[in-house]
Design a protein around this ligand. Structure first.
Ligand SMILES: [Zn+2]
Length: 329
């Protein structure tokens, strides 16, 4: 008799929403669930919400999948933003979860769902998701970069997630790109790449841009209604050739290019996968980014460097956590 197909649960714990998937080992999504994170309601409520999405998925799977011979595996994977101690199952520091320093997330969730839990940094999880089902299929070495409210990274080397000495590798957003007088960062340092390439950075470039000849509709909007400026609006403006929008992407590309060139020299990586909300505009910034990388690398031909748009969208993290749960079972 054929071995039953295994199904794993992968959870993406976001600052506002918990997104959970039940995924079989071939990568087919069998069920999905989501609910509000409710960070403001405290740690125990967040853990209850996590447990509720897991129970929701188990309930949804129920008879149909069991009758076709599917087997739900025990471990549940949870991707968490911030710095974690993955071995101990602790949150070390997470800007989205103030006051969670040292919180034993794994232990608390295990107690609620009566199953083992695997935790991993959310960008690392998304890197695994893209490797399993997205833009990095078949790649052994790459950097996944997520660009949104913050900038995160996940390094895959020789086919495996590179966790570093303490599971904290891939904090690409906190690579320093400004030596003196840089923008203060949530990590406590200054001049971090994140402060120059996140969604907020793009908005800042537009808001701080000089009016110039006054030909930019985006800049006029920024003056009249600064709250209306967001990455989607900037992307729309850039697509129509708006000068302030294009200038913002040029600044973004210069700093991102600096970061990527550093990684190329350190690790000789050739593939870079761009995810997160800001990367929806990948086609707008990629040509300029390519030029910026080309201007900063030595000994490697730009033709050998592949900048790629992620394909799993906001499911990358939960897909990756399901994959890590399968690997742990
Ligand atoms: Zn930082």
């Amino acid at each position: 008799m054929a071995r039953p197909v295994r199904i794993a649960i992968g959870v993406d714990l976001g600052g506002t929403t918990i997104k959970s998937l039940a995924v079989d080992e071939t990568g087919i999504i069998a069920a999905r669930a989501s609910r509000s994170t409710e960070v403001h309601a405290g740690q125990e409520q967040v853990v209850r919400n996590l447990a509720a999405t897991v129970h929701d998925l188990i309930g949804q799977l129920g008879q149909a999948d069991v009758s076709r011979g599917a087997a739900m595996i025990q471990p549940v994977g949870v991707g968490v933003p911030g710095v974690l101690d993955v071995d101990k199952g602790l949150v070390i520091a997470s800007p989205n979860f103030p006051g969670w320093e040292g919180f034993p997330l794994r232990e608390r969730l295990e107690a609620q769902i009566d199953r083992p839990v695997v935790i991993e940094n959310d960008a690392n999880a998304a890197a695994v998701g893209e490797q399993w089902r997205g833009a990095a299929i078949g790649l052994k070495d790459f950097l996944f970069i997520t660009i949104g409210t913050g900038v995160g990274g996940g390094v895959v080397l020789d086919g495996r997630l590179w966790r570093g000495a303490g599971g904290r590798a891939g904090e690409f957003g906190h690579v320093k790109v400004v030596a003196e007088g840089g923008e203060p960062c949530g990590c406590g340092s200054r001049g971090c790449l994140e402060r120059y390439t996140s969604a907020a950075a793009l908005e800042r470039y537009v808001l701080e841009a000089p009016l110039g000849g006054g030909t930019s509709d985006l800049k006029r909007l920024a003056i009249d209604r600064p709250d209306a400026i967001d990455p989607a609006v900037i992307a729309q403006a850039a697509a129509t050739g708006d000068e302030a929008a294009l200038a913002a992407y040029r600044q973004f590309a210069a700093y991102m290019g600096m970061g990527i060139a550093g990684v190329i020299h350190l690790l000789d990586l050739r593939h870079f996968i761009f995810g997160g909300g800001v990367s929806e505009a990948f086609d707008l910034f990629a040509p300029r980014l390519r030029q910026e990388v080309a201007a900063r690398i030595y000994g490697v031909a730009i033709e050998d460097i592949h900048l790629l748009k992620a394909r799993c969208g906001n499911q990358a993290g939960s897909l990756g956590m399901a994959h890590l749960a399968l690997a742990a079972s």
